[in-house]
Design a protein around this ligand. Sequence first.
Ligand SMILES: NC(=O)c1ccc[n+]([C@@H]2O[C@H](COP(=O)([O-])OP(=O)(O)OC[C@H]3O[C@@H](n4cnc5c(N)ncnc54)[C@H](O)[C@@H]3O)[C@@H](O)[C@H]2O)c1
Length: 339
Amino acid sequence: MHTFHPENIELKKYSFLVTGGAGFIGSHIVEYLLNHGAGKVKVLDDLSTGFIENIEAFENYPNFEFIKGDITDYTTCLIATDKIDYVLHQAALGSVPRSIDNPVATNLANVSGFLNVITAAKENKIKRFVYASSSSVYGDSLELPKTEDQIGKPLSPYAVSKLTNEIYADVFYKVYGFEVIGLRYFNIFGPRQSPQGPYAAVIPLFVDYLANGNSPFINGDGEQTRDFTYVENAVQANIKALFTSNKNALNKVYNIAVGDRISINELFNTIKDLLDSKINPTYRSKRDGDIHDSLADISLAHQMIEYNPKVKLKDGLKITVEWFKKYHLTKEHVGIASK
Ligand SMILES: NC(=O)c1ccc[n+]([C@@H]2O[C@H](COP(=O)([O-])OP(=O)(O)OC[C@H]3O[C@@H](n4cnc5c(N)ncnc54)[C@H](O)[C@@H]3O)[C@@H](O)[C@H]2O)c1
């Protein structure tokens, strides 16, 4: 289901590289590109946090190619960006707590890996490079809603890594004239987001726990708020950033969210209702590196790249819960269930 498509874009003329394309957001971008007739779609992914099952269905497309490889290897990045028009860089080690547990691994994938991909893309004369940044760069700033030019100090190694990406992208634009756009995602959710492991995101985790009759943890009192964003809105932002003809939109970073927030307690209750569950959450202490409130001002993305998020939280949650019931909780979707 894609509720948008810019009419004037002929995807069949172009080849695309999606790094991290076997992951949650990346696989939705790949699906969009293939469904809209892209000339060629390559995925570069080391499957460290992604799943082969997320891209299995795409193997039937003759114009799809999967390279299992690591972005921390520069030669791999050069090969992957060869004969590519556009790069959508999604590969990274996500999660604030993972970065606190292992800052070296986060830096290697998110900073060295990023530098490898952007350098290889520049060497191979890619037309435009759109990359995933994160709302974590707002750090200790208390300003609400978050506007792009008002960031605070990072609160985690993950935030440092994403802020470093933005600084490198800016330098590549200024030094090499390389076309870059960064997207600061705010808590993206949807089908294929993994509920597994200690670094799972909150929505798949709540769905998984409740559907299996378990009580999920809530860190802190649950009154912290987030601007949860359905994945299709993030896909839209990537496509619009890639193809905007507005040259003033280049070398900027944009908040990619809905511009609405909900507390973790309200989120829990909504998912509980959707699953018809009677289970209550278990509260535990607040997590290091977490900000209390997050809400995006999305007017810059609207103005510069015509970003217009169509799917609101409740509708996105319904689709997500249905997907989990169908593919994950029935264990048919072995990729998610087995890793
Ligand atoms: N999901 C969110 O809410 C959110 C919020 C802010 C930013 N982001 C960013 O969006 C991007 C995609 O996130 P996601 O939620 O889809 O996560 P994900 O873990 O599902 O996807 C990341 C993909 O990158 C791959 N990868 C990791 N390290 C790699 C390496 N060294 N070489 C090659 N591939 C590698 C993983 O295998 C995985 O498939 C990431 O850059 C993440 O930091 C996500």
